[in-house]
Design a protein around this ligand. Structure first.
Ligand SMILES: [Fe+2]
Ligand SMILES: [Fe+2]
Length: 296
């Protein structure tokens, strides 16, 4: 996949490239992909080890106070509906399991990038991203996608390319943001016109750099064109639809309450009828309300 190659410094093109992606432009413009803290990388590697001890993971994570605090905040949000508060990382792993904690670690890393998105409106970005995360998990459950937590992380990071583009190309990107604020165009198309690549491509590049699972990188990369995803169409459709739910609910920069979700290619691909989408919308709204504390 091209985005993996780029992350590894290999400029070679391969068949599965999005047709509109100009890789040389992307690499030339986006020089500063935020690094994943070493401690997070080690913790994620540890969660993949079947013999890992909870204590080793706890010792590692507790070296980073900010990460520990963020993990505990996410774990204690209404999202996991725990009966009593979890106060240590080892307790979190025991209650939620290593796979879920691995997703929470990824979510905490993504949050770290949002906090740099000052010019984009940190609150709006956070609301849109957490809303899409919850929507993605709700849709994933409905369509029986095998890893709900993966869908959640993917929804959370689908637009992470936006703050990265803002940091790298501030003058031109600020112009795009102000046009979109005025109701002119959307991010994906405006970015493609201005740069030859979009925040979706940048997000996929970042997911690769961070060694996130390949399906997650692909779904982020194709979240505006999910049917073109070469290997993980189902996850890409879930993320596309989660984003469209946010647009139709008016959560984020781009709002369109007239959007007919039933007619969207991702909804058709996932075989979601109008009535299923109505039930999903109610479930998503309820879960956004109950987890409001996580974004503050
Ligand atoms: Fe997007
Ligand atoms: Fe979005």
């Amino acid at each position: 996949m091209i985005l993996q190659s780029a992350a590894e410094g290999n400029m070679q093109n391969v068949q599965s490239d999005p047709p509109d992606l100009n890789l040389s432009l992307l690499v030339a413009h986006v020089k500063d992909l935020p690094p994943l803290p070493g401690i997070v990388m080690s913790a994620m590697e540890m969660t993949l080890d079947p013999d890992v001890s909870i204590r080793d993971l706890q010792i590692l994570i507790s070296k980073d106070q900010a990460l520990s605090a963020k993990i505990l905040k996410i774990v204690n949000s209404a999202m996991y509906a725990l009966s009593r508060e979890v106060s240590t990382v080892s307790h979190a792993v025991a209650v939620l399991g290593i796979r879920t904690v691995s997703s929470v670690i990824m979510a905490a890393s993504v949050e770290g990038v949002f906090s740099r998105a000052k010019d984009l409106g940190t609150k709006l970005m956070s609301e849109h991203s957490w809303g899409a995360a919850l929507a993605a998990r709700t849709i994933a459950r409905w369509v029986q996608y095998e890893n709900l937590e993966e869908a959640l992380v993917c929804g959370l990071m689908h637009d992470i390319g936006k703050p990265v583009m803002m940091m790298n190309c501030q003058a031109r990107y600020t112009q795009i943001v102000s046009e979109i604020y005025k109701g002119n165009g959307d991010f994906h198309q405006s970015e493609l016109l201005a740069f030859g690549f979009s925040h979706a491509h940048v997000g996929a590049l970042l997911a690769r750099k961070w060694n996130f699972p390949p399906q997650l990188a692909e779904a982020v990369g194709y979240h505006h064109d999910p049917l073109s995803a070469p290997s993980y169409q189902k996850l890409a459709c879930i993320i596309n639809l989660a984003n469209l739910f946010m647009i139709s609910m008016g959560i984020g920069f781009v709002k369109d309450k007239t959007l007919v979700l039933e007619k969207q290619p991702a909804a058709v691909h996932l075989k979601l009828s109008g009535s299923a989408l109505s039930v999903l919308a109610a479930d998503i709204e309820a879960s956004i309300k109950t987890t409001a504390s996580i974004r503050n």
